[in-house]
Ligand binder design. Structure first.
Ligand code: ADP
Ligand code: MG
Length: 686
């Protein structure tokens, strides 16, 4: 049960003044559904403005305060386009004040023709005219007040304005309760951190690094603590030690020898399986590193021990692929394997359920359907989860409840994250790393091409496809709203379809799952030659005949993400190519990133470099979803503060593993605050 003291924070945003269903929608889009979310919606940056006498003194792109006198209102023509108010400064320069949508009503009221007003905003140019789009402030008097404001700039969604959001954040901050201190007093004093409430207030008021650090530290501490509680709980559970006699593994007829890294990982897993405490191991290996064979060995150990194993995949199509691969490899062993997805119905499903219950099926592969309540196992001893980052720790625990005793868990991820982040994501899980690629891999020929050469790229794709091979075309997520990105991808798809016919399919995040799967399936079967996609293809599909990857605006992606995308090609015996299209406004970091992509294919190295490049000057806009499990802590803060938080959490666990004492109970509040309450729930059980 959540401590009562947190209730005001978990009240819905609808309880704030002025928030009705109309505002709740854009707030929801930003993930702001409760008062707490608003309090933690920290500014992306702050603006201060320079008062100028006239526009000659101001540079383009500069935030200014200037006196302007409106001379003419120009309504949007036929309801489209913006509403413009033409105004002049004291030197006679003309500037347009531009308003989109409903904001024009305010303009009409605030900017009467012939009356001088102080206007605060960012000076831009539109064609050969100076303009300020949606001025932040328009007032009758005083550059002195406007010029001294330091205002937060928040991430917005359509239907919200800065003042509106700032007002709501203000209301949220007023409702903050006094919470007990969970940070060790010495730690707080040494860094001069404010208490929690003050830290939040300060973080919204200006660039206060101590306040921001404290808030990030809270989140990191909550995360470390929760993961440690999971680990401690796991140690207390009793699993079933599994020892295999090797009789099935001996019968495998793999067409290749295992790599050293595979052999080592299998040995590590075998060691864990032999223990009574359930295994909690992460198998980390780049795309193509050969994780499947490692999973196969682990599952065969379970089968040799007379038990069952399950492999959980994040999507239907991946489940199908795993099933086909594993079925072929298992054939000489005689082990029974089945596929179970949400789509199986009727008799076929019944017979699989029977097989799982009576134990005639040894291995099952599927989507989360394999863990529905209606699915009962005779003796499930090992769960393999592919692409772990799609599933939270909470789900993993749910799985744990399925077997008669807690099954062993092997999580597999193709995201080669740096060591610091491994700690943040997986806490105390044991890690096996496949840091050696199978021999004979052809490097992917990676080239950086200017966007202006798009026509040549399309030609190259044409030749490639005409030669019977397949290709991916990736459109980035760059715009303010997801719908704009989808529109861009749809437009690219339409253009390529016009050029190449209907062998071009489109996949994006807003497509209905059946349509997405259908498009993927056509591509996997080779019927479709070109797959246009937003980054949804990042995880998953294995189509060896796809040997060309085009990535538009590649500089917008993080290195790790580019690497994941590139990993979709180079999976067969044919030589593969990756074309990184770059825009013309390439930053230094962008240039460095693309150069690294050309230089190396080592995922672990790229992950470390990615962290280095983004770490210091991370823009919030470049944060990738699923990057880290944090919404407050930035990469830089993770690197600086996670080791501290981790040690602090460990100390607390050692002194007060049940979180019964005073600081322990404050720590419980912290866990609920950051919704790591699954950690607390384990306490009660144990
Ligand atoms: P991952 O799941 O790690 O991305 P896979 O398990 O799908 O990689 O393996 C990629 C390809 O490499 C498969 O075709 C697999 O058969 C092959 N492979 C795996 N291990 C080896 C090895 N030791 N030597 C050669 N090929 C291998
Ligand atoms: Mg795989």
């Amino acid at each position: 049960m959540r401590p009562d003291i947190l209730n005001p924070l978990f009240a819905e945003t609808g309880t704030l003044d002025g928030v009705g269903p109309k505002l709740a929608r854009p707030l929801g889009k930003l993930g702001l559904t409760r008062v707490r979310d608003l309090a933690y919606h920290l500014p992306e940056r702050f603006v201060t403005r320079r008062p100028v006498d006239d526009l000659d003194q101001a540079g383009e792109g500069e935030q200014i305060v200037v006196a302007l006198t409106p001379s003419e209102h120009r309504a949007a023509r036929s309801g489209r386009g913006p509403y413009r108010v033409l105004a002049h400064d004291s030197a006679g320069n003309v500037c347009a004040l531009t308003y989109f949508g409903r904001a024009s009503y305010t303009a009409k009221k605030q900017l009467p023709v012939g009356e001088k007003r102080w206007v605060a905003g960012r000076l831009d140019r539109y064609g050969d005219m100076l303009q300020i789009v949606h001025p932040d402030h328009v007032s009758e008097a005083g550059d002195a007040t406007l010029g001294h404001l330091c205002e937060p700039v928040y991430a917005l969604s359509e239907g919200l304005t800065q003042p509106r959001l700032a007002g709501l954040v203000g209301q949220a901050l007023e409702r903050l309760p006094d919470l007990p201190e969970w940070i060790e007093p010495g730690q707080r004093a040494a860094r001069d951190w404010p208490d929690w409430r003050r830290a939040l207030a300060q973080a919204h008021r200006g660039e206060d690094s101590a306040a921001r650090d404290r808030l990030a530290y809270d989140e990191l501490l909550a995360n470390s603590l929760a993961l440690m509680l999971v680990r401690a709980d796991n140690r207390r559970r009793r699993g079933q030690p599994l020892t295999g006699d090797g009789r099935l593994r001996e019968r495998l007829e793999l067409p290749f020898p295992l790599t050293g890294a595979q052999t080592r990982s299998i040995a590590e897993i075998e060691g864990d399986l032999g223990q009574e405490a359930p295994m909690l191991r992460l198998l980390q290996g780049d795309v193509g590193a050969g994780k499947t064979v490692v999973a196969l060995h682990a599952m065969l150990i379970a089968v040799e021990a007379g038990r069952q194993a399950a492999l959980l995949a994040p999507t239907e199509i991946l489940a199908r692929q795993h099933f086909e691969t594993l079925r072929a490899m298992l054939r000489p062993t005689g082990a029974e394997i089945a596929l179970l997805t949400g789509r199986d119905k009727g008799r076929a499903r019944e017979s699989i359920l029977m097989g799982l219950m009576d134990g005639t099926i040894n291995v099952v592969v599927g989507t989360h359907a394999i863990f529905q309540d209606s699915v009962a196992y005779r003796d499930l001893a090992l769960v393999v989860i592919d692409e772990q980052h799609r599933f939270g720790v909470a789900q993993r625990l749910q799985l744990a409840a399925k077997g008669r005793r807690t099954p062993h868990t092997l999580a597999m991820t193709a995201t080669p994250i740096p060591r610091t982040l491994t700690l943040a994501q997986y806490g105390e899980m044991d890690v096996s790393r496949l840091d050696e690629m199978p021999a004979g891999r052809q490097p992917i020929d990676t080239r950086v091409v200017a966007q202006e050469r798009l026509a040549d790229v399309v030609e190259a794709v044409g030749r490639h496809v005409a030669g019977g091979q397949q290709a991916y075309w990736v459109c980035p997520m760059v715009r303010e709203h997801e719908s704009e990105d989808i529109a861009a991808a749809e437009a690219r798809h339409a253009a390529l379809q016009e050029r190449f016919g209907d062998g071009v399919v489109l996949v994006h995040g807003q497509l209905a799952p059946e349509r997405k799967d259908a498009a993927m399936a056509r591509f996997a079967a080779g019927e479709a030659k070109l797959l246009v996609a937003t980054t949804v293809i990042e995880v998953g599909v294995d189509v060896p005949a796809a040997t060309l990857m085009v990535i538009e605006q590649a500089e917008r992606f993080g290195l790790a993400q580019l690497h994941q995308l590139r990993g979709r090609v180079g999976r067969g015996s044919e030589k593969s190519t990756c074309l990184l299209l770059r825009g013309d406004a390439l930053s230094e970091t962008g240039r460095e990133r693309l150069a690294l992509m050309r230089e190396t294919q080592d995922g672990f190295r790229l992950a470390e470099e990615d962290l280095r490049l983004r770490g210091g000057g991370e823009l919030l806009g470049t944060r990738q979803s699923g990057d880290t499990p944090f919404r407050v802590a930035t990469l830089d803060q993770i690197q600086r503060l996670l080791p501290l938080a981790h040690d602090d959490a460990r100390l607390l666990m050692e002194r007060d593993g049940g979180l019964e004492g005073e600081r322990g109970s404050a720590a419980r509040v912290l866990l609920y605050l950051f919704e790591r309450d699954w950690g607390v729930q384990l306490l009660r059980g144990g």
